[in-house]
Design a protein around this ligand. Sequence first.
Ligand code: AGP
Length: 616
Amino acid sequence: MCGIIGYIGDKPVAPLIIDGLKKMEYRGYDSAGIALLTENDFIVHRAQGKIKVLEKLIADEKLSMTIGVGHTRWATHGVPSEENAHPHRDDKNKIVVVQNGIIENFLELKDKLRKLGHEFSSQTDTEVIPHLIAEYFEGDLPSAVRKAIRELKGAFALVVASWEDQRLVAVREGPPMIVGRAENSRDGIGSGTIAASDIAAILEHTRSVYFLDDGEMAVLDEDSIELTDFDGNAIEKEITKITWNPIQAQKDGYQHFMQKEIFQQPESLRDTIIGRFDLEAGEIILDELAPIEKENYSNFNHVLLTACGTAWHACLVGKYLIEKFSDLRVEVDYGSELRYRDPKIDERTLFISISQSGETADTLAANRTAKEKGGTLVSICNVVGSTITRESDAVIYTRCGPEIGVASTKAFTAQLAVLVLLALNIGRVTGKISKDKCREILQELIEIPQLVRRVLKQDADLKEFSKHYRDKQDFLYLGRGINYPIALEGALKLKEISYIHAEGYPAGEMKHGPIALISSEMPIMTLVTQNNVYEKTLSNLMEVKARDGEVIAIADEGDERIGEVADHVFHVPKVSEVLSPILLTIPLQLFAYHVAVHLGCDVDQPRNLAKSVTVE
Ligand code: AGP
């Protein structure tokens, strides 16, 4: 949840490092810092607050150095402050380090190092690392790093530098680390090598990257990258070609990344489903599942879906879909819960983990638990080469391009689309659904991107409508059946970017408690499609109206009865129940976005949140 970067080139690197940090700011943004190497010292600048504070701090400095590291932080140990900001150095000024992750045994190491005479200046776990490396440093940085990291417990990605050695060492044990050679000189900056947490920070310099795996490190020189394991043995790695262009990671005209990503959903849904089915044959084409020999579905008798946050809501929809299209028993759990219970997983379990970033610590831990218990792991992920993708037996990518806004939008609807394909695939392979039924659903699925575009046309209406809700303190979101998870998702979207309290609830549960809350001050946002529980949902809404509650309904186009019980209605095109979650999500995303903008909230970087929660 921090962004780290290192660059070694043949021109001044400070502008590159600052630029790279800006592209990673969503990973954490409570403080930032940069360290540049001279031939006998470090030039270090750090600042609390966002990157622009650091940028201002160094604006008048003449920084001609060609080797440097940078960091943008999301605090885990030590409050956001200048002295807790990275980069951190040892007290002999030999070693500088930037870290993403957590050193679980840092207090023990701090004690050991204090007894050796080391003095510390921060409350962070990270600061023990340069001190530990300095203990082993005799002029060769890679060997000192190897010795030191053997003593570290936890999850960490590091970039380490020493002005005596004039090379960079990138290390990965947990959070992501990407390295590459700068191919295209930009702004007169020539060749070089770069290490970063995130593709967006590296993309303007190279499209050919190595994703380090756990236990791997890279030694960067001006024109070479040496890949080794933690014992120093050379390793061979495949280069990954990144297709994203730099613009994709920019806002291109939208006010926020989140807004851009909401409006990208027709394309991200199209990209996610294209090439993954044969409409004529009524078949699903998911070659990614070949490693698990999808015919094995007949061996499975249990599906367990796991994720966190928004992705967990996708799991809940996945449960409805897989139950509908197969005879498999389906279970859903939070990653943070599953990893600490004793889940009944074995070789007959199809374990599906969903993660936009592929780096969520709780979801990764759940994945590892399932692996240990013999489950077959399929991950649904949006980041090529992320950890979860390399720890699963098969991966289905959501192909959304970078999702920068902390609030997940396009990745969520893409996850739903993948789950429709996966559920259909299971149904077809196990013979539960016919080709005709599959074809019928696929025919509608093909239309979904266009139907989403149609729903997005209500943006102006929702922007105007949402103005009246900026001062509300509480919301209740209701849904039934496959749309109950969308009520949860709509509530999460509102609360995480506008900080207004919102709860999602199954509509049928109103009478078991929440109805006591009804008042004219707590709007009820309700998802009402004309499915098998439509009448029951209407009666729930009548109970709300009878108690002076205000009802906002998201309903099917052509539904003329909803107006009798709802104060405000927004319509979405009527589709099969299994596809309705995708369409119903869109107005809820737009509503939450506009309320937050009306409130002047930092939509892309909400307080206390980070895009990828890589710590427990
Ligand atoms: C969703 O809007 C939130 N940002 C958060 O709940 C997120 O979905 C969760 O942290 C899981 O992240 P992942 O999909 O990258 O694993």
